[in-house]
Design a protein around this ligand. Structure first.
Ligand code: GSH
Length: 212
């Protein structure tokens, strides 16, 4: 039985999608961000970064959303959410998951929390504005990668798509919405109909109407 420490529409969303998609046995434990529970001494023992998510898998306590996704996929290779070892698709899986986490997610964090990236109050609007440009550049790269493809790795859904969906949902608030990119638009409309995405979003009360 896995335990996932989560908060709705946080970085726990991608692992939540995977646990649900793979039909694994899991328990969800809400970390109350409203009361800053992720910084409580209890939670910091599990995740010294004080961030959401954390996964407990028996003796293993794991943080970092992509690491949790990879761990779940590798423990259940028969579920097909990571390409097999030795396949050509496997390095592409790591390329995209790393790009999403290390580039798009990192840029989004600066965009939504600009005050953490400057000591000058007056610089905050300019940081957010600059981030809008950087995020648009990143969305364009992903949009082009989706030309003639249903999913990031081709015609088969993988953990990368669940991770990307989470980030695209967060990107709705930036200046150039992912819905304004042609391939991302079609991709998001398609994924918003995908049963796991619908069911998990319903549970987390995430509004899918922007993707209709
Ligand atoms: N790189 C981490 C980032 C996790 C992260 O930043 N989580 C946010 C929620 S989306 C969080 O816990 N923020 C609360 C805080 O920083 O206090 C991951 O991908 O798991």
């Amino acid at each position: 039985m896995y335990k996932l420490y989560y908060y709705p529409n946080n970085a726990s969303l991608a692992p939540h999608f995977l646990l649900h998609e793979m039909k694994l046995e899991y328990e969800l434990l809400l970390v109350d961000r409203k009361s800053n529970e992720q910084k409580s001494s209890e939670y910091l023992k599990l995740n010294p970064a004080g961030r959401i998510p954390t996964l407990i898998d028996g003796e293993i306590t794991l943080f970092e959303s992509p690491a949790i996704c990879i761990h779940l996929c590798e423990q259940h290779p028969e579920k097909g959410l990571i390409p097999p070892l030795g396949s050509q698709a496997r390095p592409m899986f790591f390329q995209w998951l790393t790009y999403l986490n290390n580039t798009l997610q990192a840029e989004l964090m600066v965009r939504y929390y600009p005050h953490k990236h400057t000591t000058a109050e007056s610089a905050i609007p300019a940081i957010a504005e600059a981030q809008d440009e950087r995020i648009a550049e990143s969305l364009l790269i992903i949009d082009e990668a989706l030309t003639d493809k249903q999913y990031l790795l081709g015609d088969k859904i993988s953990a990368c798509d669940f991770f990307l969906f989470m980030l695209l949902k967060w990107s709705l608030g930036v200046k150039k919405s992912p819905m304004s990119f042609p391939h991302l638009n079609a991709y998001l409309k398609r994924l918003a109909q995908y049963p796991t995405i619908r069911e998990v979003c319903e549970f987390e009360k995430i509004d899918l109407r922007p993707f209709e």
